[in-house]
Design a protein around this ligand. Structure first.
Ligand SMILES: NC(=O)c1ccc[n+]([C@@H]2O[C@H](COP(=O)([O-])OP(=O)(O)OC[C@H]3O[C@@H](n4cnc5c(N)ncnc54)[C@H](O)[C@@H]3O)[C@@H](O)[C@H]2O)c1
Length: 347
């Protein structure tokens, strides 16, 4: 019998991944906190609000309760906004005790008040032994493009090579190429923190600045993400990969990126609450900017771009003044991470 994969969260990204796996013949169950999402999928085989053009195969089982969704699943994919993970874990923890069950986080965000990564939050709920069964999935994967079968790559990271290979095989498809990494800290931080830089890229475009500005933001954004990541135990080279540079380029360049759109609106003078409200979907960069501030204070790390984004979001900083503030910083050497010592030639 084929593997049974349960999706906790069926918004844009949960839908795209669930359909990807179902089309491969895996048995998929989905649950979401919003019953209208579930009703829509069950009745129309589409998720009209989040990904209207994606058709759900009949084999995707829509569940009204989390218990039903998780029952007899051998793999569970958490794909709700980061702010919802604590609440979901509180309910799901007793149902996720089986050590055979692999738990994949496809969420890209950090808890705003603590800076906790999603897998840290899951370990807090399930206990330290759960760490071995955790995998984070992250990369340049805009849900709408994955739903339209546009080829892309992603990376799955975790401590257990067996679980990684298992998840790699489950998610790999003709249009979805999956790499593995042992650096779960780096992969999660790359996927979460790039959203803050995407807000900056949207602000830059909204102010009418051009490609030089955005390229500088992406490059220096990557440098400061790497700096914080290394301070938190990640490997510097991870940020050169799919979940770092790859996702930064996608999110900062795409006008469909939610964080880019919120940044663009802010630069047009739209207040934050209205920009987020009009988006109607999660923009993880907003809470992650708060988390980045917490983590920078804890580790004594400087993230000048993230700090300016935070002040635009929460301290009514004029976006143009934020850019001026970045340009006026003391001049310094461009310090880059050393290349990895054991270079591999395979790709
Ligand atoms: N959209 C993308 O392109 C994309 C790509 C990769 C990763 N991600 C990440 O995946 C995560 C989810 O993003 P999304 O795009 O699917 O968001 P979304 O806004 O499209 O959907 C979120 C879903 O989560 C559900 N939800 C919210 N709180 C819940 C709760 N407490 N309990 C149960 N369900 C709850 C909502 O009802 C909704 O269906 C985010 O961390 C995001 O950064 C998104």
């Amino acid at each position: 019998m084929s593997e049974r994969v349960a999706f906790v969260g069926c918004g844009s990204w949960g839908s795209a991944l669930a359909v990807l796996l179902a089309r491969k013949g895996l048995r998929v169950t989905v649950w979401d906190g919003d019953s209208s999402v579930l009703r829509g999928i069950r009745e129309t085989r589409h998720n009209p609000y989040y990904v209207p053009n994606l058709e759900f195969p009949d084999t995707v089982d829509v569940c009204d309760t989390l218990e039903e969704c998780l029952r007899s699943a051998s793999m569970v994919v958490i794909v709700v906004p980061a702010a919802a993970v604590r609440q979901v874990c509180a309910v799901a923890a007793p149902l996720l005790r089986d050590p055979a069950v692999t738990i994949v986080s496809a969420t890209k965000g950090l808890e705003p008040d603590t800076g906790a990564r999603v897998t840290e939050r899951i370990v807090a709920a399930l206990g330290p032994s759960a760490a071995q069964r955790l995998v984070a999935l992250s990369g340049p994967n805009l849900a709408d493009e994955v739903a339209r079968d546009m080829p892309t790559a992603t990376v799955v990271a975790g401590p257990s090579p067996q679980r990684l290979m298992h998840v790699q095989k489950a998610f790999s498809a003709g249009v979805f190429r999956v790499y593995t990494s042992a650096d779960i800290v780096g992969v999660e931080l790359g996927g979460a923190l790039k959203n803050v830089i995407a807000l900056a890229a949207g602000i830059s475009d909204g102010l009418g600045y051009a490609d030089n500005t955005k390229a500088s933001l992406i490059t220096r954004g990557l440098a400061e993400i790497t700096r914080l990541g290394v301070a938190l135990g990640a490997r510097p080279e991870t940020f050169m990969g799919l979940s770092g540079l790859g996702d930064l380029v996608a999110t900062c360049s795409s006008r469909t990126s939610r964080n880019w759109r919120v940044g663009y609106a802010l630069a047009q003078g739209v207040p934050l609450a209205r920009a987020v409200d009009e988006l109607g979907m999660v923009a993880e960069g907003v809470p992650t900017a708060q988390a980045a501030r917490v983590l920078c204070q804890r580790t004594g790390t400087e993230m000048p771009i993230a700090a300016q984004v935070h002040s635009v979001l929460f301290e009514a900083q004029d976006p143009r003044k934020a850019v001026e503030g970045l340009m006026a910083r003391p001049l310094r050497e461009e310090v880059l991470p050393d290349p990895p010592s054991t270079a591999s030639t395979s790709s």
